[in-house]
Write a protein of this length. Structure first.
Length: 464
């Protein structure tokens, strides 16, 4: 396995260096944190801990640690690693930006065969759901450091995003075993069950007692977040609001203001899905009041005007939608996709789906993912183009959806897919899609339909 240089950071104390070496070799968060406590000038430990935090535990704090690194004091290898980490961890980048690709290629080409090089090279592929592209580099990283759960978790995420439940479940289980109880991997296993339609199993996994002493509060927060999103996806809006509110109260008592504000944003979606527009507007007003007072806004540029625009779109307030769109256009770092989404939502909610299609299509090009694909598919269907809706939504149901994504849209993707197949006259496939939908939302069946129906028989073809 890869052993860091004897003196990765010559100005740090020997105690800090020893902790860093062990933490780097085994991916141990407490050891890396202790290395910083022993000597806060150990930038090598700060960079590695920051990157690992951005990959799951606490992205906001991890990004802050990465930004605080003085890379000029690092060795050439650590400098290249840090540059790649910084670009891969950048909020909203998803590892797919040109600077991230350049930094990763420079690291992988300049220092081949190193654990960090192979892992960094695989991450952009994994985040796009490209298992084939990620697998070779991940396997090399696993060979170099077989006891580190992180490569297995990255490969599992690739499998989940690609809709390959077998790969996702297997790799999440390995990561959980190597970490001795990795709740990020356990949440991933629940996401895999959810994607497969085994909602009861996902609820059972997330109902197990959580051992907060064994993890940071940020992981516990993700556990609560997954529970809330699962309730939201299955139509239990009151349950979702209760889960998010409970998690926010815990975050407030723990002094984690970034989590408090993130959960307020999740409550906006839960209240909108429940049809409580006034409550959603109240939550957004709280976010606006707190704006620019925490890193949450730096990590999510444009989040407040975007959510205000979404609420206005649901309420049919064109003037407010236009104002928030203009604000997003002038917000540094805000993605153009956010402005396009609120524009498209307004038209979709006002039964002008054909006007929403161009906005959703452009938003999907900028910010590809389950949510933008669902919006485009729904707009196609509502505009009368069932064939295009089927094409877009089929990709959504074939790919997975993490329970940490917000808002969860997999059940609604099945709903519009089933309707699109009915419009196309493909009753057998439509029945299958409805049955898949009933695994999530039995309340979405038509009043004249039975609880669950069997697909009609396939017509016999004797070959004549």
């Amino acid at each position: 396995s890869l052993t860091p240089p004897a003196r990765p950071f010559p100005h740090a104390s020997w105690e800090s260096e020893d902790l860093y070496i062990e933490g780097a070799r085994y991916g141990d968060f407490p050891l890396l944190a202790q290395a910083l406590e022993a000597d806060d000038s150990n930038d090598a430990a700060r960079s590695l801990l920051g990157f690992r935090l951005t990959l799951g535990d606490n992205p906001a704090y991890g990004w802050r640690l990465l930004q605080a690194v003085d890379s000029s004091r690092l060795s050439p290898f650590d400098h290249a690693v840090h540059d790649a980490r910084l670009e891969l961890a950048k909020p909203g980048a998803g590892g797919a930006t040109a600077p991230a690709t350049t930094a990763v290629s420079r690291l992988h080409g300049g220092f081949p065969g190193r654990f960090e090089s192979e892992l960094a090279y695989a991450i952009p592929f994994a985040r796009r759901g490209d298992i084939r592209g990620a697998d070779r580099a991940i396997r090399r990283a696993i060979t170099l450091r077989p006891h580190d759960p992180l490569p297995h978790r990255v490969l599992a995420e690739a499998g989940l995003r690609a809709g390959n439940a077998d790969v996702a479940a297997q790799e999440f289980a390995v990561a959980d075993r190597l970490a001795g109880g990795d709740w990020l991997s356990i949440i991933g296993i629940a996401s895999t069950k959810y994607t497969q339609g085994f909602v009861r199993d996902a609820f059972e996994i997330l109902s197990n007692p959580f051992p907060p002493r064994l993890h940071t509060w940020a992981v516990y927060y993700k556990y609560l977040l997954a529970r809330g999103n699962l309730s939201l996806a299955t139509g239990d809006f009151d349950g979702a609001v209760a889960e998010f509110t409970s998690a926010r109260d815990r975050a407030y008592r723990a002094g984690n203001r970034e989590a408090v504000l993130d959960l307020s944003a999740r409550l906006v979606w839960a209240n909108l899905e429940a049809g409580r527009i006034e409550e959603a507007a109240y939550e957004v007003a709280d976010l606006r009041f707190e704006e620019d007072t925490t890193y949450f806004y730096e990590a999510n540029p444009g989040i407040v005007p975007f959510l205000e625009g979404v609420v206005a779109a649901y309420a049919g307030d064109l003037g407010e939608v236009a104002a928030r769109r203009l604000e997003l256009d002038t917000t540094p770092g805000a993605s153009e996709a956010l402005a396009l989404i609120i524009e498209g939502l307004y038209y979709l909610k006002r039964d002008s789906a054909w006007e929403a299609i161009p906005a959703f299509r452009r938003a999907g090009d900028i910010m590809p993912g389950p949510y933008t694909r669902f919006l485009l598919g729904a707009a196609y269907f509502e505009s009368g183009d069932a064939s295009r809706a089927w094409t877009v939504l089929e990709e959504n149901v074939e790919r997975g959806e993490s329970l940490l994504d917000s808002p969860p849209v997999l059940p609604y993707s099945f709903l519009y897919l089933a309707k699109s197949l009915e419009e196309r006259g493909e009753d057998h496939l439509a029945a299958i899609a409805y049955n898949e939908l009933y695994n999530y939302r039995s309340d979405l069946r038509r009043p004249d339909e039975p609880e669950k129906r069997e697909p009609p028989p396939i017509p016999y073809n004797d070959g004549r």
